[in-house]
Design a protein around this ligand. Structure first.
Ligand SMILES: Nc1ncnc2c1ncn2[C@@H]1O[C@H](COP(=O)(O)OP(=O)(O)OP(=O)(O)O)[C@@H](O)[C@H]1O
Ligand SMILES: [Mg+2]
Length: 599
């Protein structure tokens, strides 16, 4: 039984080491580009060690000259010592700069890469993370890694070199002193084991706490209006206080550990130095060594204890780094979207630019990762110059259908396709059975314009928001799109017109104005497929009718799908699908009439 447990523990440890190895490799693939700088930093560190060892040798000579054991020129030796000290300081400064340079570069590298990876990660997997958590991982964990990237290999080499060279020097002058190098070792080793376990724990707790804090703040700041409206100000302040007190007690735990560790180390350091001091006095008294050699040994034993401690604390540092790397790898290793069909999509668009393209959903089944089944055997079609309505009670799957069309999620069964041209016309009806077909991937999104539910404007100006989706858009094009969306009538009256500021999430505009701006943005893109998800819900009936009429009268060969409950929209649709029991059924005139009357 005991053996079995040991075996299992061994296996687990092996797993963790393997995991750490994978994380280390991951960290170093970012640092790889800076290998030259890292070698420079390492060499500089080693050079610094040589300079400081030389300093202690010269200082030994100086003491021996002064105490009369050796004849020599005091002033010259003294100047040499000062020169070496200044040299050591300069080397320290350059190496500090190099370390800063490397860590900043690696920081930028990691952050840019993670930023990109977050954006191309499968949308649904990403939504499992709170944005506060993502932000903490992106900022703190990446900074952790970049700040400590030198600790692994370069610092290990430097410390190891320092230890070995100081040790060699001691052996050279008086081997009996070597024992003091190892006096502090058991304590350092025990400490590093305890530190290691605590570190892993602390790192995880601290990261989780950081994520909670930033999530809380972010949500509170972006919902100030709701917090005020529901009179939650005091409650939220109390919640922050609670979080802060948890944070403080956690930090104090860390602090206690740090103080305890340093107390222990200082005691050990003092004991070791007094022991070597005593031994030195004895050796000087018995005439085995000079007084100068003794002072040198005292310095060296300090170097040895310090370096040994540095070496052992590299382990917890490394663990901290790998923990952070693991948290970032969680994100990086989520499924990615497929952007590899850009050329194919471009060709497809070129081929069908004139006549537009159809969207075909065939026998689709889709359930969210949490198991919510939304569609089963769902099929629908939409063709150029059509406006297709999609209706259904709240929570029935309208937005989900748009996500399928945008390839934000992929069906578990069935297919979502784009078909070029009026392939089915020769059979007397339009269908997706024949013709040029393109399967939907992330690359296909360049063919879509989308007006989502809710306010989705960015902060900046109106023009910046518009140009976000079409960088080269001229003022005339923007104004034309704004006119189609019935937004020009209010933008025109703003003192700064197109260049009026938009605050975060469309702040500064009414809900209906923001919706019209979002529609204008979508129209400006001139894409063959337009998806409107309750996009006119905040407009008055007359404006809504005008917007829809403008979209329909626009001669651009557009395939338009709208989700809505509003009768104005339904009566303007070429065909209306209702979502029922996970399927899409075409509604008859009577059924639409009933919906309109029941509104
Ligand atoms: N990200 C998600 N993860 C898990 N389930 C989800 C997710 N988004 C939506 N759902 C579920 O899928 C179903 C369909 O949601 P969807 O948003 O498509 O409805 P909807 O028809 O657009 O509703 P509404 O008219 O209220 O906008 C709902 O039961 C909802 O709870
Ligand atoms: Mg919806």
């Amino acid at each position: 039984m005991k053996d079995k447990i040991k075996f299992i523990i061994g296996r687990v440890k092996a797993g963790r080491l393997q995991e750490m190895w994978r994380q280390t490799v991951w960290i170093y693939h970012y640092a790889r580009r800076y290998w030259l700088a890292m070698i420079f930093y390492t060499l500089l560190g080693m050079f610094g060690t040589v300079v400081s060892l030389l300093t202690s040798m010269v200082s030994r000579n100086l003491v021996d000259i002064i105490t009369g054991h050796e004849a020599g020129r005091v002033v010259q030796t003294f100047c040499m010592m000062i020169g070496l000290s200044v040299g050591a300081t300069l080397v320290g400064m350059v190496s500090d700069y190099a370390a800063g340079w490397i860590s900043m570069k690696v920081d930028a590298e990691i952050k840019a890469d993670i930023f990109e990876k977050i954006l191309v990660t499968d949308w649904e997997s990403l939504t499992n993370y709170h944005t506060g958590d993502l932000l903490t991982r992106w900022s703190s964990d990446a900074s952790n890694i970049s700040a400590g990237v030198l600790s692994f290999v370069p610092n290990f080499i430097i410390y190891f070199f320092r230890f070995v060279s100081a040790f060699a020097m001691i052996i050279y002058y008086d081997a009996s002193f070597a024992i003091f190098a190892f006096l502090g070792m058991p304590v350092s080793l025990i400490l590093s084991r305890t530190l290691m376990n605590r570190m892993v724990n602390n790192d995880k707790r601290s990261a989780a706490m950081g994520a909670r804090m930033s999530g809380f703040n972010q949500e509170a700041f972006s919902n100030v209006q709701i917090i005020k409206a529901f009179d939650l100000v005091r409650l939220y302040i109390a919640r922050l206080r609670q979080l802060q007190s948890e944070y403080i007690s956690m930090r104090l735990d860390f602090k206690k550990m740090a103080i305890g560790t340093s107390l222990l180390l200082t005691t050990v350091g003092l004991l070791v130095s007094y022991a070597s001091y005593g031994w030195g006095i004895y050796r000087v008294w018995s005439g085995a060594i000079t007084y100068g050699t003794m002072t040198m040994f005292l310095t060296l034993s300090g170097t040895l204890t310090g370096t040994l401690h540095n070496l052992t604390t590299l382990v917890p540092t490394a663990i901290g780094l790998t923990t952070s790397a693991g948290r970032l790898m969680d994100i990086v290793e989520m499924p990615r979207e497929d952007y590899s069909h850009d050329d194919e999509v471009e060709r497809f668009w070129e081929a069908h630019r004139a006549e537009g393209m159809s969207l075909c959903i065939r026998d689709v089944k889709y359930a969210y990762q949490n198991g919510t089944l939304v569609f089963e055997h769902a099929s629908m079609e939409a063709h150029p110059h059509e406006v297709i309505g999609l209706v259904g009670p709240s929570g029935e799957g309208k937005t989900t259908m748009m996500r399928l069309m945008l390839s934000l999620i992929a069906p578990q069964e069935g297919e979502v396709l784009l078909c070029g041209g009026d392939a089915g016309d020769k059979y007397g009806h339009r269908s997706c059975e024949a013709g040029d077909v393109l399967a939907l991937t992330a690359s296909v999104r360049k063919l879509f314009s989308y007006v989502p539910q809710g306010n989705t404007l960015f902060s900046g100006t109106i023009a910046e928001n518009m140009r976000n989706v079409k960088q080269e858009a001229t003022e005339e094009e923007m104004i034309e799109a704004l006119k189609l969306a019935c937004a020009w009538e209010f933008v025109e009256k703003l003192p700064q017109g197109l260049y009026s500021p938009v605050k975060e999430r469309g702040g500064g505009f009414s809900e209906g104005q923001a919706q019209r701006l979002a529609i204008a943005r979508a129209l400006l893109r001139k894409s063959p497929l337009l998806l409107l998800d309750e996009a006119t819900s905040a407009l008055d009936v007359a404006t809504e009718r005008r917007v829809l009429r403008n979209i329909m009268q626009d001669r651009y060969p557009r395939t338009c799908i709208v989700t809505t409950h509003r009768p104005t929209v339904l009566s303007a649709c070429s065909r209306v699908y209702g979502i029922r029991d996970g399927r899409c059924v075409v509604l008859s005139e009577e059924e639409i009439g009933e919906l309109v009357r029941g509104f």
